[in-house]
Design a protein around this ligand. Structure first.
Ligand code: TXA
Ligand code: MG
Length: 502
């Protein structure tokens, strides 16, 4: 028996291989991209187990033998590549059967613990379903959630303290760097807080995009944010707070309607613009008498603000006018070692920036569409206006430039991808959802389920992947103009306006 005592419990469908629904024919097995490399990396330090729920057996749609055949074939495909799975555990029940072995129940994990003498406090469970990540949580297992498989569909049900990753390979990379994840994350947050209180700059995850933060009351620290990003000083920042006391340290007045809106959507992807208190330095607000404020819901962000003991001014952690970062790696690629610390909290679950609502003119106005839809804000705020921020003359704040968020590759966007792009090999295609069209170039699909939230969570990472291929052009499909789809379309339109002509 191996002397490894730490384990990774993997879900099967949607985590290791594509989830085709009731998979019973071994010829339908398709490994997800990066599976082999990720498992090879993980097995250097961890024993690998698979726990799969196959409710198709209880439903009479397939037999245990068929499931075993699929497992055997998968096992063969992995072992050919040098990957060894210790056990394939199968729960053949429906959730309603109230069996003892369905995830998140710890049955198989405890069995493995007993049979292999595992230390669960140093073990992980990885899957594309909320139940995977909750498996044996009380037994000390640390759950990581994937956006592959059904991951996009259940994002809304996920507790906010679960870390999410775009792919198994991203989760594997994170695990290899965080052997004792709970302690390591806490240490990073404490280190970050001490850097911020000493006037330094820290990149940190929020639920929308990664932010680059400094103490909002220290003008020299805030000046470094502008310097690192290469951002013009007239472009004001958002001040991030962790409680309502801090709201009143930042805002001079808070209208009743603004307060009601925050009570509905904070902590979360909502930013409100209010008259500022004089203690807020001018550099934070670009010389304006108003200030943008947000209470993020990401627990790492909240804890960082709390432990820093001060509101944190933070723009998105990307170079000025470029694609926003939704993973720590994106920050590292663009800003490198210029920040004092990058806290790696996995991928951002919303994936587009917060909705900015201003309460400083006669009528409340949505200045930037974002993580909370216009329809939702409209339900909570009477007489709401929406800016057409694509028009420069309509920009209500100097920061709302019409050419933000651009990749380096020239980009154009359409409701349907024109036929003339189908046979072009040097064009990258960014689809909102799977299409009947076939393309000769590289295709990225934002949501296999045609769901705006899933698409938003994948949006910036997909654009970056296409951008990295150094293609002649990226051609994108607009999202349906509803919910967070409006925010995706807003970013796409701005990226098109900011396109770099080669
Ligand atoms: O989701 C987000 O909002 C992310 C995360 C890090 O919280 N932050 C973000 O920050 O997107 P940034 O700096 O990239 O965008 C701030 C937006 C800009 O469009 C800016 O013009 C607007 O907020 N803004 C800031 N202060 C303002 C003010 N006083 N009046 C009007 N708009 C303001
Ligand atoms: Mg930004």
């Amino acid at each position: 028996m191996s002397d490894l005592r730490k384990a990774i419990f993997l879900d099967r469908d949607g985590t290791i291989n594509e989830d085709v629904g009731f998979l019973k024919d071994p010829s339908d097995i398709h490994l997800l991209p990066g599976t082999i490399d990720a498992l090879l990396k993980l097995q250097k330090k961890y024993l690998l187990f698979v726990i799969t729920n196959q409710s198709g057996i209880a439903k009479g749609l397939m037999s245990m033998e068929e499931v075993m055949q699929v497992n055997e074939k998968l096992n063969e495909m992995l072992s050919e590549k040098g990957i060894f799975i210790e056990q394939w555990y199968v729960c053949p029940h429906n959730r309603e059967d109230n069996c003892s072995c369905i995830k998140p129940k710890p049955y198989f994990v405890l069995k493995a613990k007993k049979d292999y003498g595992l230390n669960l406090n140093e073990s992980f469970v990885i899957g594309d379903h909320f139940h995977d990540t909750m498996t044996a949580r009380e037994q000390g297992l640390f759950g990581l959630y994937l956006l592959t498989g059904h991951g996009g569909r259940h994002l809304c049900d996920l507790p906010s303290d679960i870390l999410i990753f775009h792919r198994l390979s991203d989760a594997a990379e994170w695990i290899m760097q965080h052997e004792d994840p709970k302690a390591a994350l806490l240490q990073q947050i404490e280190k970050g807080a001490s850097i911020i209180s000493n006037g330094g700059v820290v990149a940190f995850p929020t639920e929308t995009v990664y932010g680059l933060g400094a103490d909002a009351f220290l003008p020299e620290a805030v000046a470094r944010l502008f310097e690192i990003k290469g951002r013009p000083l007239y472009n004001p920042l958002i001040v991030h707070i962790s409680d309502y006391d801090q709201l009143y340290q930042v805002a001079a007045t808070v209208p009743e309607e603004a307060l009601r809106l925050t009570q509905k959507y904070w902590p979360g992807p909502l930013t409100i613009v209010l008259p500022k208190r004089k203690e807020i330095p001018d550099i934070v607000t670009g010389g304006e008498k108003t200030v943008a404020i947000r209470m993020p819901s990401n627990p790492i962000a909240l804890d960082l603000i709390r432990k820093s003991g001060t509101p944190i001014a933070a723009p998105s952690a990307n170079a000025f006018s470029c694609t926003s970062p939704t993973t720590a790696l994106h920050v590292k690629e663009q800003l490198g070692n210029q920040c004092d610390l990058i806290i790696d909290g996995g991928a951002c679950r919303i994936g587009v920036e917060s909705t900015v609502v201003s309460f400083v003119s006669s009528r409340p106005i949505v200045l930037r569409p974002g993580g909370i839809s216009f329809e939702d804000i409209q339900r909570a705020v009477s007489d709401l206006q929406q800016t057409d921020s694509s028009k420069k003359e309509n920009a209500q704040s100097p920061g709302m430039l019409p050419n933000h968020y651009a990749p380096k590759t020239p980009i154009s966007a359409f409701t349907e991808i024109p036929k003339c792009y189908e046979d072009k090999t040097d064009v990258g295609i960014l689809l909102f959802q799977p299409s009947e069209q076939s393309f000769a170039g590289t295709v990225e699909v934002l949501s296999r389920l045609g769901n705006e939230n899933e698409a938003a969570a994948n949006f910036y990472a997909a654009i970056r992947r296409l951008d990295a291929l150094k293609l002649k052009e990226i051609v994108a499909q607009f999202a349906p103009p509803r919910g967070v789809g409006l925010a995706i379309n807003n970013r796409l339109s701005k990226a098109v306006k900011g396109r770099v002509e080669k």
